[in-house]
Design a protein around this ligand. Structure first.
Ligand SMILES: C[S@@+](CC[C@H](N)C(=O)[O-])C[C@H]1O[C@@H](n2cnc3c(N)ncnc32)[C@H](O)[C@@H]1O
Length: 282
């Protein structure tokens, strides 16, 4: 089968980018091959090029969605990078708890949650401080563009390898039960997180405003225009004194005009003014 032409590649890369934000440059052509060959074979096609040519000739929403899902990088693990979680717990949330002691309401959004380790890490963190959070209404919304990782997140079942990555043994023993060779999160933690399919390129206004948004390790795959679009929308969904947490290596210099980078907490951007969305809602 002949290689994809530059036009074929650009057309498919364009479709993927418009629908998901994922930027594919010609040097990433190998990603199409590695991610889509198994998918093409499952559909009875010998080759990913055949699959792409077929979908270009007969555009099909369901297949395009599956292609985009197959192209996603779902890498994640419990308490990923450690520091953001201790910063959230010991710094951001302990201040937040004092500032909002009357209202006692906290809304958190994990905006690209993959298989759920990030929001479940937060839910375990809250449960570890159950006395301090007594009487609070805490909502953790976790969203992702892809149905497959979300289904795994909702099931809350992780392999031995997955629980060995980042999860302290005492939390494994306390919050998981062993099911054959896997580990299932206990209902108390599972029910603390609401999972929902959501594309970061879509309008966020229906989600309401949040005190803490984690959007880590996803915008690295977007081009500059895509990053700007998503960051502008995320800014609007943050409450006053709310924080946006990005991945430590994500450079957003100048892209968050209404948020201030925290001088002490790497990857944290704080809103000091009320959000546009909350002003409209008031
Ligand atoms: C590398 S994982 C990061 C998971 C987690 N935030 C972490 O840092 O461990 C990136 C996730 O972003 C999701 N994603 C990519 N594009 C998206 C979009 N446009 N809207 C929502 N989620 C998206 C992917 O499906 C994938 O699960």
């Amino acid at each position: 089968m002949s290689n994809l032409t530059a036009t074929e590649f650009t057309t498919i890369a364009d479709i993927i980018q418009k629908r998901s934000g994922l930027m594919l440059t010609m040097d990433k052509i190998y990603l199409l091959e590695t991610r889509l060959t198994p998918f093409a074979r499952r559909r009875g096609m010998a080759d990913y090029k055949l699959l792409l040519r077929d979908v270009l000739a007969n555009p099909n929403d369901v297949i395009l969605t599956e292609i985009i899902e197959a192209m996603m990088t779902n890498e994640t693990y419990f308490f990923r990078d450690k520091a953001p979680f201790s910063n959230i717990d010991e710094d951001f949330l302990s201040k937040f708890r004092k500032q909002n002691a009357t209202e006692k309401k906290l809304r958190i959004w994990c905006a690209a949650c993959s298989t759920g380790q990030e929001p479940y890490s937060l839910a375990m963190m809250f449960n570890e401080k159950v006395v301090e959070w007594q009487g609070w209404s805490i909502e953790i919304l976790a969203t992702d563009i892809s149905e497959l990782p979300l289904a795994r997140a909702r099931a809350g079942v992780y392999t031995q390898f997955e629980v060995q990555r980042g999860l302290p043994i005492n939390l494994l023993m306390k919050y998981f039960t062993q099911v054959d060779e896997n580990w299932k999160i206990i209902p108390k933690i599972a029910s603390a997180v609401k999972f929902q399919k959501f594309n970061l390129l879509d309008s966020m206004s229906g989600l309401g405003c949040f005190d803490l948004i984690l959007c880590r390790n996803v915008l690295i795959y977007f081009n500059q225009a895509g990053k700007i679009k998503v960051l502008e929308s995320l800014e609007r969904q943050l409450n006053r004194n709310g924080a946006l947490v990005l991945g430590a290596s994500e450079a957003v210099f100048g892209l968050l005009p209404t948020l201030q980078p925290s001088p002490d907490l790497r990857g944290f951007y704080i809103r000091s003014e009320p959000s546009i969305a909350s002003t409209i809602a008031a």
